[in-house]
Design a protein around this ligand. Sequence first.
Ligand SMILES: NC(=O)c1ccc[n+]([C@@H]2O[C@H](COP(=O)([O-])OP(=O)(O)OC[C@H]3O[C@@H](n4cnc5c(N)ncnc54)[C@H](O)[C@@H]3O)[C@@H](O)[C@H]2O)c1
Length: 405
Amino acid sequence: MPTETATSEGAHQVSDAIALPIRDVVITARARREDTYPIHVTRTLPQLVRFVRSVTGDARLAIITDETVDELHGRALSDVFDTAGIRHCSFALPPGEPSKSLEQAKRLWDWLTDSGIERRDVIVAFGGSVISDTAGWVASAYMRGIRYINLPTTLLAQVDGAMGGKVAVNHPAAKNLLGAFWQPAGVVSNVAYLSTLDERHVRAGLAESIKKAIIASPEYWRFIDDHAEEILALDLDVLEQLVRSAAAIKTKLVERDPYENDLRRALNFGHTIAHPLETVSGYGEVLHGEAVAFGMLVETRIAANRGLLEEPVLDRLIDLLERVGLLQLRVQVDVDEMIAAMSPVRWIRGGSWRCPLPRRFGVTEIVDDVDDSEVREATIQTLAEGTRRGRGGDRLQEAAVSPGA
Ligand SMILES: NC(=O)c1ccc[n+]([C@@H]2O[C@H](COP(=O)([O-])OP(=O)(O)OC[C@H]3O[C@@H](n4cnc5c(N)ncnc54)[C@H](O)[C@@H]3O)[C@@H](O)[C@H]2O)c1
């Protein structure tokens, strides 16, 4: 071990004496890192600033946001930072999924260098998960990685995307293809920001909570089931509980395998179908949470068709998704096109689908032998269920069975 001694001028002297290896020995390189970070949930700006400061100290903040969030909440955030004496600058991307791109990332790196952002400064991702994914990835590469914190402003980001350290931008070949694992230095979720979010995004965000409930927490399922209407009505007490509980569940699940060495993660529930659906419907036409809701329905139906379900998970999922307005898809789905778009998912997941299928609340089984015909059958059944229960679903049904279905 090196020894360090302070010299009279306040500098440090480091003494070391590393032994040389004997001949032919294999040198083992080690680079261990333990990342821990706090996740705060609040509903006021003064508290948000206190939490931010507790993480960033007196560092300068480079706020990355989108134009919508900037217009709605940018000035207020800037004012509280000014009042607290926190130095900051900001850059707003166009809102929406297309901003999760290499081109926008490059604009951000240019802006960071033009603004003189240094290694000890901190990027602040202020927006939905498009912003935390993009800003986090930009942070992971800038100067070989600088700190960033997430101030999520959508429900989806607060219950899921802002935690876990998976950051990425999209590539035409696949969603999230260019990315990294780069953990935030902290997360501060202000549920009051959700008051300006449109209803469709609130519903879509809830899908990621429902996913966690199915795979990991019967108690969270009961909470959502009991409070679904209050969540949609944006009751702040209920939202705080919803977001804090999601953080507790996600961090526990991620902690077991933070860098996804084992690809068989229950957290992927719903996503084997959701990602290809987003690809074929054009990013942004169907919201990520809506695609996850549909994916959960299809994958639970695959479980039901296989006789895996030990509890009426499918019936209860259908009922809950109907109550929160997530049962019917807003886009037409060509089943064959969707199945064809699954090949990048297979490729990224090492050649197979590794589909987490639910057995009962809190219990999943990871299978890797789901084939195209099972997906086709379950997708058509899911679309038919949406048609049966909803209005105007005929178009979906027609699209589902053509061509070649
Ligand atoms: N990294 C992860 O672990 C992870 C997990 C889940 C999803 N994701 C990614 O998240 C993305 C979707 O995230 P999202 O749904 O947050 O999308 P988003 O960031 O595009 O936000 C949705 C829309 O809401 C607007 N908005 C944000 N906050 C608002 C507010 N408080 N009031 C009014 N409008 C507001 C935005 O301007 C945008 O138009 C997808 O790209 C998905 O892949 C990542």
